[in-house]
Design a protein. Structure first.
Length: 101
C-alpha cells in the first residue's frame, strides 16, 4: 500500500496549467509587495509575509513545471514550499509582530 505523502509530494508534476497559476500567484504577491513598498511607503517587516508567499508559490510553480522524470526534485520543491507556508503560519501564531510589523 503506497504512502499518501509519497503520492502527494513525490507524484508526477501536474504540468503547465498548474504551474502557470502558481507563477501568476507569485507575480500577484510581488505586485502586492510593490504596492506596499512603493505607493504606501511601508518599509520594514510589514510586507515581508508577501515575499514569503511569493517565494513559496514560485517554488511550487517550478515543481509543477518540471518534466515527469524529475519526480524527486519536484517533491523536494513541493515539500520546501509547504514547509515555508507552515513556517509562516507558525510565525503568525507565535510572533505576529514579526509578520505584521
Amino acid at each position: 500500500m503506497p504512502s499518501t505523502v509519497d503520492d502527494v509530494f513525490f507524484g508526477e508534476p501536474a504540468g503547465r496549467p498548474n504551474s502557470l497559476v502558481q507563477f501568476a500567484s507569485a507575480v500577484a504577491f510581488l505586485s502586492i509587495y510593490g504596492y506596499f513598498y512603493v505607493y504606501l511607503g511601508v518599509r520594514g517587516t510589514s510586507g515581508s509575509w508577501v515575499l514569503v508567499m511569493a517565494f513559496a508559490t514560485t517554488l511550487s510553480g517550478i515543481a509543477e513545471s518540471l518534466p515527469i522524470h524529475r519526480r524527486k526534485i519536484a517533491g523536494a520543491l513541493r515539500l520546501t514550499a509547504v514547509l515555508t507556508f507552515v513556517c509562516l503560519i507558525v510565525a503568525i501564531v507565535l510572533a505576529p509582530d514579526l509578520v505584521t510589523g
